[in-house]
Design a binder for this molecule. Structure first.
Ligand code: F6R
Length: 239
């Protein structure tokens, strides 16, 4: 695990985007694993800027997103599919036929197999972007008694519901989601986890300095051979 503490969200976004864009320029049809939420937005903003400046093209890049809510139509304004379309895909030259997404309304077991096969057929994930939950979750792998492998349907924890319900103004937040499992995430060749803000400080400490345990799912990254953790000072405050 390499840990870097940077001063601002903008610097973090620039750093992550540079790693991604350099890689895409060397490997135009590479496979990116993508996250939703507030954390990766500065990174996506810098990737869009690089595209607009003509310094990178995502035309051939294949992507797989980490997770999706269950019970929402794909085009719903709160779906993660819509989030990615609005915040990244439509603002650069991604080809939507190269975009992989979990279907929160499909049979979870079949969907898990389909996603695992699609990732395998693409040659595996080259760079996986991650955020971290206040409870140490990665993707929607909530604290539990065991590490999962492939995608699975998860009951969201109270902590996640509290953190994410701010985005749901007209309907109740879904209680279930389908998420890539820990095994699928750990098979990515490189992982970049970003954490910003004081609300992530405890989870960041447990991830980096705690024991490796499914009680803090992100702690498993201690065992990844190429994991870069980008933090701001508030998220790094308890290290
Ligand atoms: C989102 C995801 C989640 C978030 C995490 C942090 O696809 O997988 O693990 O990365 O909940 O969310 P934010 O960035 O909103 O603090």
């Amino acid at each position: 695990m390499e840990v870097r503490v940077l001063r601002t969200n903008a610097e973090i976004g620039k750093t992550a985007a540079k790693i991604i864009c350099d890689y895409v320029n060397e490997n135009p049809s590479c496979v990116l694993g993508l996250a939703t939420g507030a954390t990766p937005l500065p990174t996506y903003g810098c990737m869009i800027d690089e595209y607009k400046a003509g310094r990178v093209s995502f035309k051939e890049v294949r992507t797989f997103n980490l997770d999706e809510y269950c019970g929402l139509p794909r085009e719903h304004k709160n779906s993660y599919y819509t989030f990615m379309a609005e915040n990244l895909f439509s603002k650069a030259d991604f080809d939507m036929k190269n975009v992989g997404f979990l279907d929160g309304n499909a049979d979870a077991e079949e969907e898990s197999r389909r996603y695992a096969d699609a990732i395998k057929a693409a040659g595996g994930i080259d760079i996986q972007i991650l955020g971290i939950g206040r409870n140490g979750h990665i993707a929607f792998n909530e604290p539990s008694d065991e590490f999962t492998d492939e995608a699975w349907k998860v009951k969201l924890s109270d902590s996640t519901i509290e953190a994410n319900s701010i985005y749901f103004d007209d309907i109740p937040m879904p209680r279930y989601a389908i998420t890539m499992g820990i095994g699928s995430i750990m098979r990515a060749k490189k992982i970049i986890l970003i954490a910003t803000g004081a609300s992530k400080a405890q989870a960041v400490r447990d991830m980096i300095n705690g024991e490796v345990t499914p009680r803090c799912p992100a702690s498993v990254l201690q065992q990844h051979k190429d994991a870069l953790i980008l933090l701001d000072e508030s998220a790094a405050a308890l290290l």
